[in-house]
Design a protein around this ligand. Structure first.
Ligand code: ADP
Ligand code: ADP
Length: 223
């Protein structure tokens, strides 16, 4: 798992403050959830940790290495992390196997080794037989499973989840929540999961933080 340290993270979009000085430390292997209403800065913080967004000030380090500061930004693909988005973010013109394999493209793997990892991962998320399908042919739940497989297949030390269940119906939300929890914990990765859904947060979290107006108000064990 990976250690996440955020220090004094601040960011505004024009005159709109999104983060106003967030300090956060997540120990390796923890499943952390950030809860907060829409507009509280959850997504900005997650995207900054991913390297998709740049901070105005403050810093982020992963596994003891600074990856974000006001003067530098390590690109997402060099942060040893996987990410799962609310809208799946799959390439529609690539097969399921190609989408999952995309996360391995920087590894110098023989194609047989890559195929084995992809096949294994698809089996783990219950999509055996869908390797050659295209995302638009799949249900929302299946697409999110592909996205989960893509995030996990490279065994990154950190997995980031951006409201991954918000587009799914209640039944599926509960099942996928369990799969996300089980599979992520199995890899030993640290997880940071953002949601506005309190019951989801409490069901998943080892540790919960509450974000309000760009500030982290509390952080600790659910109880
Ligand atoms: P959350 O994920 O909790 O809904 P966000 O991080 O998306 O919160 O947004 C925090 C604040 O930043 C909000 O006021 C939002 O409107 C603003 N914001 C987020 N992204 C942008 C953007 N790309 N351009 C302008 N304002 C943005
Ligand atoms: P580059 O040539 O710079 O590596 P890519 O073609 O890999 O660019 O990616 C283009 C954009 O699409 C990037 O912003 C990347 O984060 C995003 N992206 C990468 N992989 C996927 C994916 N499987 N589905 C959706 N978006 C992706």
């Amino acid at each position: 798992g990976g250690l996440i340290e955020v220090k004094g993270a601040a960011k505004s979009y024009g005159s709109t403050p999104a983060l106003t000085g967030v300090d956060l430390r997540i120990e390796p292997g923890r499943f952390a959830v950030l809860l907060g209403p829409s507009g509280s800065g959850k997504s900005t913080l997650l995207r900054s940790i991913a390297g998709i967004e740049r901070l105005d000030s403050g810093s982020i380090s992963l596994n003891g290495t600074t990856v974000s500061s006001a003067s530098m930004n390590v690109p997402p693909e060099r942060r040893d992390l996987g990410m799962v988005f609310q809208d799946y973010a799959l390439w529609p013109h690539m097969t399921v196997a190609q989408n999952v394999g995309y996360a391995l493209r920087r590894r110098k793997l023989r194609s047989a080794a890559a195929t084995m990892l992809i096949t294994e991962m698809l089996e783990r998320v219950g999509l055996t037989g869908k390797a050659s399908s295209y995302p638009p042919e799949l249900s929302g739940g299946q697409q999110q499973r592909v996205s989960l497989a893509r995030a996990l297949v490279g065994r990154p030390s950190l997995i980031l989840f951006d409201e991954p269940l918000s587009n799914l119906d209640a039944d599926l939300r509960e099942r996928l929540r369990l799969e996300i929890s089980t599979l992520t914990r199995e890899t030993g990765a640290s997880a940071l999961y953002i949601t506005h859904d309190q019951s989801e947060a409490f069901a998943l979290a080892d540790e919960i933080g509450v974000l309000r107006e760009g500030t982290l108000e509390q952080y600790g064990r659910p109880e």
